[in-house]
Design a protein around this ligand. Structure first.
Ligand code: NAD
Length: 434
């Protein structure tokens, strides 16, 4: 997909769904333009003494509901357009869950696997130096995303505090617990996806023990959703990472595979008892094959744009839960919907991450840390409320879940835009202060 396309595709959905849901054109117009975009050159001293220049982006998309919020991605294919699309989706996502945030996103064009730990630290600090006036606890709050993690967030918050000479843990979420991170944040995206998947199963009257699942991308989000669904009795029959996947119709033990991946950095089809791991029967598959498996639930949890008009005919799963951001292009989604497939959209399915980030921010600002049980309970309550609200709009207005989620978000953003006055108010001159 070309650089322009992914943001254009995202805008296209805003126009279509916004128009169809009767959203005020002024609200749609407000959502068509990112508020601010910073592109920076990040000089990094490499271990061999040379300096390399990386490109970093930060997009603050919309601030109507509050400060902007969104992760920072390290990936060789990061583009300006992708960052803008992701920031737009964050705007919608925060509004769907009812968080007091606008959306943002950041990214650095880098293959992090090629950097030493020290180079990675210097790059992360360089990113914050470039963005130091663009982010802040009441302005814009970064968090982890693909190939960034708690340690990187720890370096970032440390750099921000050194520059501003203040303690400011609330500037970044997804930090290590020792630096003000929240219990339960690391698992929250996967847990949120698990919670909405179980809601879907319940509302559709399905039996979890009869359901098979394929997960593309066994990373942070993919691991936790797979592990929690397996606990409920679903069979996790396929898993993959960037190098390819494994498939076994009897299902895998997710924890064994994850443990092995952490130890050897390779995804192998193993079953472990204590420290002894044995290879189990399986077949190696490509990521393309995984998407086309005959499973009940397909969970794309890696990158965007993996289900396209070119491969949509081969997608057989009746339920797709978008844990990754934007894995289904809009042209491909219409084909899936025509076929009767149910898609739980990213703005709902992966909203557990930003919800727990919000909890972390609240804890940092109040100086009071919650227990893991409190985090999990509140996450479950918010995800269930968001799912219920989206489901109800979908039923009442005969919409897909994505269309319902967007409509709900646009109406919430619309209320805030309208509170400042719209064309209707100014032209009519009503309610003029007397
Ligand atoms: P991660 O880096 O922990 O894991 C990503 C996984 O995807 C890895 O296993 C990697 O090997 C795999 N992968 C990379 N390229 C691939 C490819 N071309 N084909 C198949 N697999 C590939 O990242 P994550 O935090 O788990 O994020 C995954 C997705 O979830 C992203 O789209 C991200 O935007 C979204 N997401 C994450 C969070 C969060 O809190 N972590 C929150 C919301 C959304």
């Amino acid at each position: 997909m070309s650089e322009r396309d992914i943001f254009e595709d995202a805008l296209c959905r805003v126009r279509e769904i916004g128009g169809d849901a009767g959203v005020d054109p002024e609200v749609i117009a407000a959502l068509m333009h990112p508020k601010a975009m910073l592109t920076a050159s990040l000089p990094v001293r490499m271990d061999d003494g040379t300096t390399r220049y990386f490109v970093g982006y930060r997009c603050r998309y919309n601030t109507v509901l509050g400060p902007t919020k969104g992760g920072v991605r390290y990936h060789p294919q990061v583009t300006r357009s992708e960052v803008q699309a992701l920031a737009l989706w964050m705007t919608v996502k925060c509004a769907v869950v009812g968080l007091p945030y606008g959306g943002a996103k950041g990214g650095v064009i880098v293959q992090p696997k090629e950097l030493s730990p020290l180079e990675l630290e210097r790059l992360s600090r360089a990113y914050v130096r470039a963005m130091a006036d663009f982010i802040g606890p009441d302005v814009d709050i970064p968090a982890p995303d693909v190939y960034t993690n708690a340690r990187i967030m720890g370096w970032m918050v440390d750099e921000f505090e050194a520059i501003h000479r203040v303690r400011a843990p609330a500037v970044i979420t997804g930090k290590p617990i020792a630096l003000g991170g929240s219990l339960g944040r690391e698992e929250a995206t996967g847990r949120g996806a698990y919670l909405v998947t179980m809601e879907l199963i319940r509302r559709r009257g399905l039996d979890p023990k009869q359901l098979s699942v394929a997960v593309q991308g066994l990373g942070n989000a993919g691991y936790h959703v797979a592990r929690l669904l397996q606990k409920e009795g679903l069979r996790i029959v396929a898993l993959s990472d960037s190098r390819g996947g494994i498939h076994a119709s009897e299902g895998f033990d997710v924890d064994s595979i994850w443990k092995e991946k952490q130890a050897s950095r390779q995804m192998r089809a193993v079953y472990c008892q204590e420290s002894v791991c044995e290879l189990v029967a399986h077949r190696q598959i490509s990521n393309a094959e995984l998407l086309g498996l005959d499973v009940d639930i397909l969970i794309p949890a890696a990158l965007e744009g993996v289900i396209t008009p070119d491969n949509v005919a081969g997608i057989r799963a009746p339920y797709i839960v978008e844990v990754a951001n934007g894995p289904i292009l809009s042209d491909a989604e219409s084909v899936l919907l025509e076929r009767g497939a149910v898609v739980v959209p990213d703005v709902l399915a992966n909203a557990g991450g930003v919800t727990a980030s919000y909890f972390e921010w609240v804890q940092n600002r109040s100086g009071y840390a919650w227990t893991l049980e409190e985090v999990r309970e509140r996450l479950a309550a918010m995800m269930s409320r968001a799912f219920g609200a989206v489901w109800d709009v979908a039923e009442q207005e005969q919409r897909s879940l994505r269309s319902a989620a967007y409509a709900l978000a646009f109406r919430r953003i619309g209320e805030a835009v309208g509170a400042h006055g719209t064309r209707e108010y100014f032209q009519a001159g009503r309610d003029a202060p007397g």
